[in-house]
Design a binder for this molecule. Structure first.
Ligand SMILES: *[C@@H]1O[C@H](CO)[C@@H](O)[C@H](O)[C@H]1NC(C)=O
Ligand SMILES: *[C@@H]1O[C@H](CO)[C@@H](O)[C@H](O)[C@H]1NC(C)=O
Ligand SMILES: *[C@@H]1O[C@H](CO)[C@@H](O)[C@H](O)[C@H]1NC(C)=O
Ligand SMILES: *[C@@H]1O[C@H](CO)[C@@H](O)[C@H](O)[C@H]1NC(C)=O
Ligand SMILES: *[C@@H]1O[C@H](CO)[C@@H](O)[C@H](O)[C@H]1NC(C)=O
Ligand SMILES: *[C@@H]1O[C@H](CO)[C@@H](O)[C@H](O)[C@H]1NC(C)=O
Length: 386
């Protein structure tokens, strides 16, 4: 009798233990990540050196570089610069969302003529939605395929971060166009975003012929782009092409209040190599792969477009200027002229800073067969300085 009670009790206790283990396991992976992230954030707040033996068993997150604390006047630098220096060596982050078959598999990826690679961030839902049904629509045009991916990190933390991640997951279920990695999607992490994309391309889409790399607030005339790229003599994507709004003879901005502030602690040299403005530029698959190769040995610079220029320089390649890329905006000939006259946009390739509703209107207007334009609209406009 007594032994039976003990047996039952033992059985019951085993059951409870099993249940507890199961419940613990169900604690979602994301929560685990979240916890380790919090731990990281706490580490961040320490002004003196964090102890190296701090255990980080829950993730394979890239460790911060404690030697960065030794950099001259480190403590006087703005937080985002400190962050950059502490994590400068981290070039690999886990993927949250992928579209493995975007290019029909690595083998078939040469069938993608133009891959639109659009830098977005979790909150920019309205921009992505309008691009999907305007210039970035996936389609067969003049016998070649246009494909699209948005490249995104994460923003916020806790509940808000999870909610935005759910949004992206829903969008991806519906549209199959989001590549997301688990890193803080900040301005100073844009170079990291580009490198993560290039690593993805190397695995999933190595033979795409050409790429447009740009922001989610540009107006791009993808019809003209195809025409321009198809007109490239003896370049089917296997030779060098890197074209956009060319910027030369500039160097790091040393004014701490600028968004582009790069202190000597990040780069000592006063000059940048020639590069194309990051709002949008065109490149060949060959050049993208070359930049990826170079990125293994070129130390990160937080300004992503300049970093591309550095990789090109290291490979002995040059960026070129394309007249139809207006990342500094269009300026119209006279004040009484409508700067949203579709005639200007019918001839360009790319213009920066468009609101979603204007992208929608313009995309429809440039395709209006009744649109009557003079001959040289673009040449009557002049480019604004940078
Ligand atoms: C920081 O500098 C001090 C003094 O030069 C040196 O002893 C220490 O090892 C350095 N710490 C790290 C983490 O590089
Ligand atoms: C860590 O930071 C120091 C100081 O900037 C730098 O010399 C070193 O190369 C960095 N280590 C890594 C692994 O990037
Ligand atoms: C991400 O980076 C930005 C800019 O450096 C910072 O303000 C923000 O707090 C960071 N977010 C997280 C979750 O670390
Ligand atoms: C870049 O992202 C990583 C991972 O989220 C983060 O630790 C780091 O602080 C970010 N860097 C900047 C400069 O925002
Ligand atoms: C990149 O590097 C690898 C090996 O280092 C090489 O096989 C490949 O041809 C390189 N690609 C380009 C485009 O330079
Ligand atoms: C516009 O100007 C460029 C060079 O300034 C020239 O190559 C091009 O042919 C002109 N386009 C038209 C339509 O006149």
């Amino acid at each position: 009798m007594k032994k039976k009670t003990v047996d039952i009790l033992a059985l019951f206790l085993t059951g409870v233990v099993c249940l507890l283990i199961i419940i613990n396991k169900n604690d979602s992976k994301e929560e685990v990540k979240e916890k380790s992230k919090e731990k990281h954030e706490k580490l961040h707040d320490l002004t003196d050196f964090p102890r190296t033996e701090t255990p980080q068993p829950l993730s394979t997150r890239c460790e911060l570089n404690i030697s960065a604390y030794n950099i001259t006047e480190f403590s006087t630098l703005p937080d985002h610069i400190k962050d950059f220096l502490l994590y400068r060596h981290c070039k690999s982050f886990p993927m949250i969302l992928d579209v493995p078959d975007k290019c029909g598999g690595a083998q078939n990826s040469a069938d993608v003529f133009l891959l639109l690679v659009i830098k977005s961030s979790p909150e920019n839902y309205d921009r992505r939605e309008v691009l999907r049904k305007t210039w970035a629509e996936e389609r067969l045009h003049k016998g070649v395929w246009i494909r699209r991916v948005f490249i995104i990190g994460t923003t916020q933390s806790g509940f808000e971060k999870r909610r935005l991640n759910r949004l992206l997951k829903l969008e991806n279920n519906e549209n199959k166009d989001i590549l997301q990695w688990d890193f803080n999607d900040s301005f100073f992490n844009l170079t990291l975003k580009q490198i993560l994309f290039l690593e993805w391309m190397d695995r999933r889409c190595p033979n795409a012929r050409f790429l447009l790399n740009g922001d989610d607030d540009i107006f791009a005339n993808t019809f003209n782009m195809i025409e321009y790229l198809q007109g490239q003599e003896d370049n089917d994507g296997r030779r060098h092409l890197f074209a956009g709004h060319l910027i030369q003879n500039v160097g790091p901005i040393r004014n701490p209040s600028s968004k582009y502030y790069v202190p000597v602690q990040i780069q000592e040299s006063e000059s940048y190599p020639p590069y194309c403005g990051g709002g949008g530029f065109l490149l060949s698959g060959f050049t993208a792969r070359t930049i990826y190769n170079m990125s293994h040995s070129v130390i990160l610079l937080p300004i992503d477009d300049v970093y591309m220029g550095m990789c090109l320089e290291k490979a002995g390649l040059k960026p070129t200027s394309h007249f139809g890329v207006r990342t500094a905006g269009l300026s119209v000939p006279a004040e009484n002229v409508d700067k949203f006259d579709p005639c200007y946009y019918r001839e360009i390739i790319l213009v920066h800073r468009f609101l979603p509703h204007m992208i929608f209107v313009m995309w429809n207007e440039i395709q209006n067969p009744d649109l009557k334009c003079g001959k040289t609209n673009v040449n009557r406009t002049k480019e604004q300085g940078v």
